[in-house]
Design a protein around this ligand. Structure first.
Ligand SMILES: [Zn+2]
Length: 112
């Protein structure tokens, strides 16, 4: 696994984790905090971004090429829409303490 793929994976996992914890059964979630559906969405998205002609350096919603298609796209869009305002996407300190506080603080926020 190269560095960029690993970084993308961590980003997607972090976002999907926020969404999954708010929407899905905790009993189904793996070590990364993702249920099988969210895990599949992350893996599908990761595979797509590896083929992104822009190197996936921008936000997916700004990309003119649609990396995602079909059901996986709809799912990841829902995840992005929910999670994006809840984490600083480009923030280098997106993991650990920062995210935990975010999740704890915004858990009851359903405006997204
Ligand atoms: Zn889930």
């Amino acid at each position: 696994m190269n560095d960029r793929k690993n970084k993308d994976l961590k980003t997607f996992e972090a976002m999907a984790r926020i969404y999954c914890r708010a929407h899905h059964e905790r009993t189904q979630q793996d070590d990364a905090g993702l249920c099988p559906d969210c895990r599949a969405s992350v893996e599908a998205t990761l595979a797509r971004t590896q083929a992104c002609p822009f190197g996936h350096t921008g936000n997916c919603q700004d990309c003119s090429i649609h990396c995602q298609r079909g059901e996986a796209r709809e799912r990841i869009r829902a995840i992005m829409r929910y999670a994006a305002p809840r984490m600083a996407l480009r923030h280098p300190l997106m993991t650990g303490e920062y995210l935990r506080k975010k999740i704890a603080g915004r858990k009851r926020d359903h405006r997204g």
